[in-house]
Design a protein around this ligand. Structure first.
Ligand code: ATP
Length: 324
């Protein structure tokens, strides 16, 4: 449904001799099949929005090619536009209008008659559970209510492909879960969904497939479970947060050095006051880790064993944590 090859975007910033080029997207390839929910996961500035905005015909790629619903992005952007919906990152500027009014306007902008537009708006209000506040001014809505309206506006013309830029950024946990339900419902209604997120749990539980993007390049791609399987074994997280708060000195670097050399540890990565240890089996490694630390006079905080997460995948590919 979406196929991109070598898609690139460079922005020119500044003027005259001081002008420089920002390579926001450095040649990305990916394919999204009909009826899938696919996510671009990456830190701030990775190039997620720029990719999405190119696919939604809002900015012209500097290179590469893409087809969306069988239509060539560069040759026929107007035809692409008819087949897609786009929800931008929350702008935070909402006027004195109401949800119903904006939904009707949006449907009319797609060339529908007033009566059809009113019918569609009423349908969207029901589907997205906006009934209780649809005739109230948008500026009185909660963040989650506004975001549901944003998505309702994006799908009013029943597009085949839906682009969502950070659909749950800034929402509280219940609103995020609700938005995930809405997105799954759109897929059940036959839409293909491409979204961006910097939330690991969102990529993990909502997306059928994930592309991890960093500094304009895709560094890993696959189903969340396949990506996590790439990191074999278990993760043991040893907490040194008290040290970060200044209670003890130097234990985290010392523990990292000590355990990185231990034969039962594949890799030792300090992340934000915690030492992540990649091991075959947490059950056998934890007693060995404890012994090694105590022998060296290092007293760690809590020790936790867990399965690898998408953040472990990101760390393995980039040397940095998304959580930082
Ligand atoms: N219009 C522009 N002019 C210059 N640079 C830009 C422009 N748009 C984006 N960039 C730069 O391109 C890079 C990628 O930005 P982009 O918004 O795609 O990242 P992102 O992954 O969506 O990040 P975020 O999660 O913060 O939205 C960043 O370095 C950004 O500053």
């Amino acid at each position: 449904m979406i196929e991109a090859t070598g898609l690139r975007k460079s922005f020119r910033v500044g003027r005259g001799r001081g002008a420089t080029t920002v390579d926001a997207v450095r040649g990305v390839d990916f394919a999204v099949r009909r009826g899938e929910i696919v996510g671009f996961l990456g830190p701030n500035g990775a190039g997620k929005s720029t990719t999405l905005r190119m696919l939604a015909t809002l900015i012209r790629p500097s290179g590469g090619a893409a087809t969306i619903a069988g239509v060539d992005l560069l040759r026929a952007p107007a035809q692409v536009r008819r087949r897609i919906g786009f929800v931008a990152q929350a702008s935070g500027t909402y006027d004195d209008s109401t949800a119903r009014r904006d939904l009707v306007l949006q449907a009319r902008m797609h060339g529908l008659s007033k009566s059809v537009a009113q019918e569609l708006a009423a349908g969207a209000i029901r589907a997205f559970q906006l009934d209780d506040f649809a005739d109230r001014k948008i500026k009185t809505y909660s963040g989650g209510q506004r975001r549901r309206l944003d998505v309702a506006l994006g799908v009013i013309h029943s597009p085949q492909v839906m682009f969502l830029d950070e659909p749950t950024a800034g929402l509280d946990p219940p609103s995020r879960v609700r938005m995930w339900q809405e997105v799954r419902r759109l897929r059940e209604a036959g839409m293909t969904i491409f979204l961006t997120t910097h939330y690991l749990d969102e990529a993990d539980s909502l997306c059928d497939r994930v592309s991890i993007i960093d500094a304009g390049r895709i560094v890993a791609e696959g189903t969340p479970s396949a990506l996590k399987r790439e990191i074999s074994g278990d993760v043991v997280a040893v907490d040194f947060a008290a040290e970060v708060a200044g209670e003890t000195g130097g234990d985290l670097p010392a523990a990292t050095k000590l355990l990185a050399e231990a034969p039962y540890v594949h890799a030792a990565e300090p992340v934000d006051g915690t030492l992540r240890l990649y091991v075959d089996s947490a059950a056998t490694a934890i007693p060995q880790i404890m012994r090694a630390l105590y022998d060296r006079g290092i007293e760690p905080g809590a020790i936790e064993a867990r399965r690898p997460s998408l953040d472990d995948v990101f760390l393995a590919k980039t040397g940095r944590s998304l959580a930082e």
